[in-house]
Structure formats: structure tokens, C-alpha cells
Design a protein around this ligand. Structure first.
Ligand SMILES: [Zn+2]
Length: 318
């Protein structure tokens, strides 16, 4: 059964990767069709996307979202800290991840070499070394840290935990990713759009092609109208905040601003347009039916003979 689950999972992963890449290709094609030139693109670190951007879209400046890289690095440090002899690494996970955010935010021109030099300095910093062998970033910019009451312990050079931490920080693929960090833009906005899409078109329900298009358009209208809401205040005029405990933070709280209530002005515009169309004698449903839907995606797949597929399935598990 484990084998079966792994197969299913790896199929899901590869199909979601293929969908991401297909979505990107169609998106870029759409922009090209509108004569819009794409100068830079910020994504997470899907390898298939990186490869495609490197090989087929090299004129676009491809950048990575900081949150995704920081999360991956934190995970590696947490995993290392589970080893008894390397438990001291755990105390550094948050600071090292914060450092990555700082690397991107403090380099607004996105200079890859400067970002890399800043990033690598943290391998010294964790050992209480703040002068670096780099012209681009010769010393840390923080003040004196060895003050009375300091709780976090520096890692001792040549110990197992220190060497493993340095390995995580200086891993070749991470170095490449750091050089491509996005300093100005992150993908969090797109991700909040995705949660609006899920609200309008829950994944557990199947919608027809036109149903899905309409729901995506509604989600876009709602998102655009509400994307720059201001922070809500109490009756006394105090700014409102909420505390959440997201699963990925394992018990650590996240504080976020409470925004003013959403508005639905687009609904009014839609209904008045609909009324006008009806008065003019046009049936929108007929319009929709006229716009032909493409054939379902599954129809493009090769359908093997069922009998044969069942035989193969049986022989695999016996
Ligand atoms: Zn330092």
C-alpha cells in the first residue's frame, strides 16, 4: 500500500508541476499577444519553471520569492537540529531565515553578487565572526551583540553542528537561488488571490468550463476591489490586530493586521449591466453557449484498453 501511495503522490506532484509550467507558458503567451513586454518574473523555486525560464525565456529576469527559499532553509536547519549532537542549530533557524529576508530587502537593485556576499556572511556570523573575506560585504552591519544577558550561544568552529550549519548555508544550489532573490516583489499577493479563488470555486466541487471562468472572473473582481483595504480600528481609534497559530509555525504565533470589511461594489455593477442586457433583448446564457468551450483536458490523454490496464494493475500488486 505504501508503494501505491507513493505512486499516487509522485503522479500528483509531477502533474501539478506540469500544470504550473503550462500555466506560465500560457500566461507569457497571453502577454506577448497583448504586446506587453515582461521584464521580470517572480516565482517559487519549481525546478521545471527555473529550467524553462533559463533555457527558453532568458531575456526575462527570473527571481525567487524570499518566503519560499527561507521556508526551505528553515526546514533544513530544523531537520539538522533533530540530531542530538546538532540540537544547537535549532536556536539559529529563525535568525538565519530573518537574515535571508534582510539580504533581499537591503539590496533593492537585486545585485546577485552582493546578495550572495551578504548571505554567506551568516556562516561566519553564527561563529561570532563579523569581519568577512569579501569586498562586497566586508563586515556585518549590526552593533555589539556580546552584551550581558545574551541568551543565544555562538556555534564553536570545527564542531559537528557548526560544520553542518555552514554546509546548509553554503550549499551550491542555495547560493544560486540567493543570487536570484526578488528584492522588490514577492508572490504573497498572488497567493492571497488563490485563496479568494478557492472561496469562489472550492476545489471539492466540479464546475463546467463556463462555470469555472465565471467564478475566476468574480474572484478577480472581488480581489481587485478589496486588495488595498486599510487596517481596521476600534471605537477608540486603536489599530486592530489578530493573532493566529498557523500549522507550519508549530505553535509560534503570527500577528497580522485586521482589515476593514470587504466591499461588494462589483455586484451592483454586474446586476445593472445584466439588467441593461436583458432590456436590450440579449440573453447572456445564449451568449455563453455561443462561446464554445474547449474539449475536456482528459480527452487529450491516451486511453489504454481497460482490460489490459486491469491486468497490469493485478500483476503489479501480486
Ligand atoms: Zn555578524
Amino acid at each position: 500500500m505504501v508503494l501505491h501511495q507513493e505512486l499516487v503522490q509522485s503522479n500528483e506532484v509531477s502533474s501539478s508541476n506540469a500544470m504550473e509550467l503550462e500555466g506560465l507558458k500560457r500566461g507569457l503567451q497571453f502577454f506577448a499577444g497583448q504586446n506587453l513586454q515582461v521584464n521580470s518574473l517572480v516565482t517559487d523555486r519549481h525546478r521545471s519553471i527555473s529550467k524553462y525560464m533559463r533555457e527558453d525565456q532568458s531575456e526575462i529576469d527570473h527571481r525567487y520569492d524570499v518566503w519560499h527559499i527561507a521556508k526551505g532553509t528553515c526546514k533544513k536547519i530544523d531537520k539538522l537540529a533533530k540530531k542530538k549532537t546538532c540540537a544547537a542549530a535549532g536556536a539559529w533557524a529563525k535568525s538565519v531565515s530573518n537574515h535571508l529576508y534582510w539580504v533581499a530587502a537591503s539590496t533593492p537593485d537585486g545585485d546577485g553578487d552582493v546578495m550572495l556576499a551578504k548571505w554567506l556572511s551568516v556562516a561566519n556570523h553564527i561563529q561570532d565572526v563579523h569581519q568577512h573575506d569579501s569586498d562586497l560585504f566586508p563586515r556585518c552591519v549590526h552593533g555589539e551583540l556580546n552584551v550581558p544577558g545574551r541568551k543565544k550561544k555562538w556555534l564553536q568552529p570545527s564542531t559537528e553542528v557548526c560544520e553542518k550549519m555552514v554546509q546548509v548555508i553554503t550549499a551550491k544550489c542555495l547560493q544560486k537561488d540567493v543570487m536570484q532573490l526578488s528584492s522588490a516583489y514577492q508572490t504573497s499577493n498572488v497567493e492571497s488571490f488563490h485563496s479568494v479563488v478557492i472561496h469562489f470555486a472550492p476545489k471539492n466541487t466540479h464546475y463546467s468550463y463556463h462555470g469555472m471562468i465565471s467564478r475566476l472572473q468574480l474572484a478577480a473582481l472581488h480581489f481587485n476591489e478589496n486588495s488595498s483595504r486599510s487596517q481596521a480600528t476600534t471605537n477608540e481609534g486603536k489599530e486592530r490586530f489578530a493573532m493566529r497559530f498557523p500549522k507550519f509555525k508549530k505553535g509560534q504565533a503570527t500577528v497580522s493586521k485586521v482589515l476593514t470589511d470587504a466591499t461588494y461594489g462589483y455586484v451592483e455593477k454586474l446586476t445593472s449591466t445584466l439588467l441593461q442586457l436583458c432590456k436590450a433583448g440579449r440573453s447572456t446564457i445564449e451568449d455563453l453557449e455561443e462561446a464554445s468551450a474547449p474539449p475536456p483536458l482528459a480527452s487529450s490523454y491516451v486511453h489504454p484498453d481497460k482490460e489490459e490496464a486491469v491486468q497490469q494493475h493485478k500483476s503489479r500488486y501480486n
